[in-house]
Structures are given as C-alpha cells and as structure tokens.
Design a binder for this molecule. Structure first.
Ligand SMILES: [Mg+2]
Length: 141
C-alpha cells in the first residue's frame, strides 16, 4: 500500500460516486443489471465523467464493492486521477453499512477531512467521526 509512505503528510479523504465521479441513475438500470450484471456495471461506470479533481494528497474511500476494483482503477487511470490509495467496501451494502465502513476507515487512517455527497452518509459520518471535518459536497455532474 502506498499510504504508509505518505503517513506524515496531511491526507484528505474523498467519496467517489457523486463527488469525484459523475453518478447517473439510468432508467434501464434494473433491466440491464438483471440481464447483463457485471458487463452493465462496467459499461455504465466506464462512461462516467470526472466532476471534481482533488489537488492535494488524497485517498478515496468508496461504497463500491471490492469486486468493482479493476474498472474503478481503470477509470481513475483514464482520467489521471491519482489517489494515494483506494479503499473499497468488501461487499456491497446499505447506506448504513457504507457509512460505518467509511467511518472506520476515516478513523483508522486518522484523516482530518472527508468529502461526501450523500446526505445520509454525511449525517452518519458527522455522528461517528465527531473530531473529523466532514464536508457535504454538491458537485454538478
Ligand atoms: Mg457518493
């Protein structure tokens, strides 16, 4: 992991979907996921657009499951977005599960700031990480 080399610098954490990466809900998602599964997941994620480009040292903590890692890393490379590390939830989960996972990572990594676009997750993180600056971001994508 790259993170250990950069431990001494200040690192901010970012959510991915809706914060760095555009988040579009397609009307045909239900049908396409049912019939094409991973192929659809790959296609819809790979055409997403970057909507914010963090400038400082940063890491990404996303609610995307670890099974999405290969095309998530590909998308980041395609758009030259270079987080120090990319943390993904082991398995797909509810917003509460995602919030708990993010809170644990924020604390384990001793982050001072985290940027999140989802109001529910933001609200949970404010409660779970009272000593961290949690920012609610609204980026048009
Ligand atoms: Mg998000």
């Amino acid at each position: 992991m790259v993170y250990s080399e950069t431990k001494l610098t200040v690192i901010s954490g970012y959510d991915l979907d809706g914060t760095i990466c555009s988040e579009t809900v397609w009307r045909i998602d239900g049908f396409m996921y049912k019939h094409f599964g991973m192929l659809w997941a790959f296609l819809r994620h790979i055409v997403a657009k970057p909507i914010m480009r963090p400038l400082e040292n940063f890491i990404i903590i996303t609610g995307r499951p670890a099974s999405d890692r290969w095309y998530t890393e590909l998308w980041l490379k395609m758009h030259r977005i270079r987080p120090k590390d990319l943390y993904m939830i082991p398995q797909y989960g509810s917003k509460i599960t995602v919030a708990n996972y993010k809170a644990k990572m924020i604390q384990d990594l001793n982050l001072k700031a985290y940027f999140e676009n989802d109001v529910e997750i933001y609200t949970q993180l404010k409660i779970l990480c009272p000593n961290v600056k949690i920012f609610l971001v609204h980026v048009k994508g």
